[in-house]
Design a protein around this ligand. Sequence first.
Ligand code: G4P
Length: 286
Amino acid sequence: MTIQWFPGHMAKARRQVTEKLKLIDIVFELVDARIPMSSRNPMIDEIVSSKPRIVLLNKADKADEATTKKWLNYFKDKDIAAIAIDAQNGTGLKQITSLSKELLKEKFDKMAAKGIKPRAIRALIIGIPNVGKSTLINRLAKRNITKTGDRPGVTTAQQWVKVGKELELLDTPGILWPKFEDEMVGFKLATTGAIKDTILNLQEITVFALNFLKEHYPKRLLERYGLEELPEDIVELFDEIAKKRGCVMSGGYIDYDKTSELVLREIRADKLGRLSFETPTEYQEI
Ligand code: G4P
């Protein structure tokens, strides 16, 4: 998945989302539970300000449970509806309809009072690429809709997908761009696998990931790579992992690219356990 988000594409993506917003009652903003802030679109609040919204912390199965709880509290404190889900296995999805009904009760009561026939709640799933939008639509729809592609320019006829009797979804999600301005965001997106054909340097991403793990999950690093202790110096850590895993070239030179690929692959495949790469404390307003 590679999308080059140039200003023109961003404007187009925004226009497409704005058009879709006219058709729906509520927005489901999908983020990655491991990086709920870094996997958001920077302008999302402004773009969907006209509609009620539920933040869905997806891939919660891959995230640190304790940190996800903190994130749910963070959103609750801000009066933002949020649910942790696993779109792949279907965990947490039942809450989506019940919470949507709760948030839209007033609107639907008013409609009923005016004599308007009851109808299903209409929703749009929005998120940056790779957060699991297609997976969630398929899971909710209980069928396999082929992916139309992540290109914001792709236009297809809008279709509704039924989710039980009380909810229907637009079958194509709203795709928005991530926050590129901040290099740390780029590293987090790359570490979790949201950016695959990476525009960032592989070794630099791994240095970020190893530093993060060293600080927040040192025991997992020790156990995974069979190390006695964690060296102070990150290059030494790189070297030790490389030696343990046979990423050494002839002449004893460390193959840093191979080591990087291995470490990132293992992080993304949950080999170091469930990991979260940001906590609400970093985002608490002062
Ligand atoms: P998108 O439409 O937002 O672009 O995302 P998509 O549904 O294609 O999902 C991206 C990847 O994330 C898919 O893996 C999908 O299976 C995985 N995924 C989605 N939701 C969840 C979840 O709740 N838990 C877990 N563990 N995985 C989830 P993929 O196609 O195999 O790609 P990748 O794994 O190689 O990135």
